[in-house]
Design a protein around this ligand. Sequence first.
Ligand SMILES: [Zn+2]
Ligand SMILES: [Zn+2]
Length: 392
Amino acid sequence: MLKNIQNTDLYEKMVTWRHHLHKYPELSFDEKVTSDYIASILTANDIEIHRGLAVTGIVATVKGKKSGNSIGLRADMDALPIIELNTFDYKSMNDGKMHACGHDGHSAMLMGAAVYLKKNNDFSGTVHFFFQPAEEGGAGGRVMVKDGLFDMFPCNSVYGMHNWPGLEKGYFAVHDKEVMAAVDTLDITVTGRGGHAAMPDQCIDPIVAAAQIITSLQSVVSRNVGPTDSAVLSVTAINAGNAYNVIPGVVHIKGTLRYLDSNIGSMIKDRIQTIVQNIGSTMAISANLTVTPSYPATINTKKHAEECAKAAASIVGKGKVIRDLPPSMGSEDFSFILNASEGAYIWVGNGSVPDDQPEGGCMLHNAQYDFNDEVLSVGASYWVQLAYNLLK
Ligand SMILES: [Zn+2]
Ligand SMILES: [Zn+2]
C-alpha cells in the first residue's frame, strides 16, 4: 500500500529537487545541467537509467518483485525564454530563462515516484520513467519516439501529467477523449510591388490585400466550423513597411490554428487556402500560404483515462477528480508519445490565482508563475498509485 508521501523525507527531497531545477532552468534540447542533476539523483538511489534519447532525455527503469506488464510515466524537463519576475530565493539564476510551465515540478514528482517505487517495489512488472526534453515547441516527445523509445522500452500503456493553474490544488481533471488541441503554424506571404505612397496606381499594394485576407479569415471559425465543435484561428504577427510614404513590396503574416478533430482541421486549412488564393487573384497580387503542422491533438483512450481517474480518486477522493472539464486549445507534445502507444494524460490542480498576486500571476507561461510545492506529494502519490493499480 502507498503511504502518504506528504510529511515524509521524500516530500522534503522533492521540494529541494524542484527548487534546484527552478533555479537553473534550461531551454529545449539544452537541458544538460538539468539532465545531469536528475540522473545523479536517480543513480544515487540505485535506479537504472539510460541517457541520450532526444539528446538530453533520460529513461529510468524500476522493476517490480514479479514480472508483468510495462508502463511508461512521463515528465518534461525544459524551461521557457521568459525573464522571471519572482523574487523568492530559488528564482532563476539563468538570465532570460524560467520554469514558467512547471516542468520543474513535473520532473521532481516523477523523480519522487521513481525513488518511492524503487524502495517499495511490491508490484508485478516494470515502470519506465521518461524525462523528456523540449516540450515547449521542440517536439522532444516526437524525437524520443523517433530515437527508439518504444523499441528500447516497450510499454503496454503510457501516462502523462501536467499541472493546471485554475484547478484547485488537491484536484485532478481527467478527460475520456480529447485533452489538448492540435496546433499548426501559418505563414502567409503577400507579394506586390512597392513604390511611392502618393502613387498607388504605380504599385501593387500588399497591405490592402493582407488586410482583406486577415478580415476574411475571421469568418472561418465563426461561419464554417460547427457551433459545438472547437477550433481557434488567430493571426499573431503582421510585418511590412517602415515609412509613412512608401508602399512596401511584401507583407508577412503569421498565425496559429488549433483544433481537436483532424477532419475539422483539414476543412479549415482548405478554407484558408481558398481565401488566400482567391483574395490574391481578386486583388491581382501573389498570395501564398504555408501550413506547418506542429503538435497533434492529445487524445486519451477511455479505458486508460478510467485507470487514471481511479488512481487519482484513491489519493484525493472521487469528488476531487473532475471528469467534465472542457479540453484546452493549448497543445502538448505528449501527443506524439500517445500516438505511438495507448494511454492517457491528466491535469493536476496547481491552485487558483492567489489574492496577493497580480491577475494571471500563477497562470502558465506568466513571468510570476510558480509550481505549487504542495502539489508535489499529490502528483507523486498519484504516479505511485497508478503503477500499483496497473501492475498488480
Ligand atoms: Zn508550457
Ligand atoms: Zn508545460
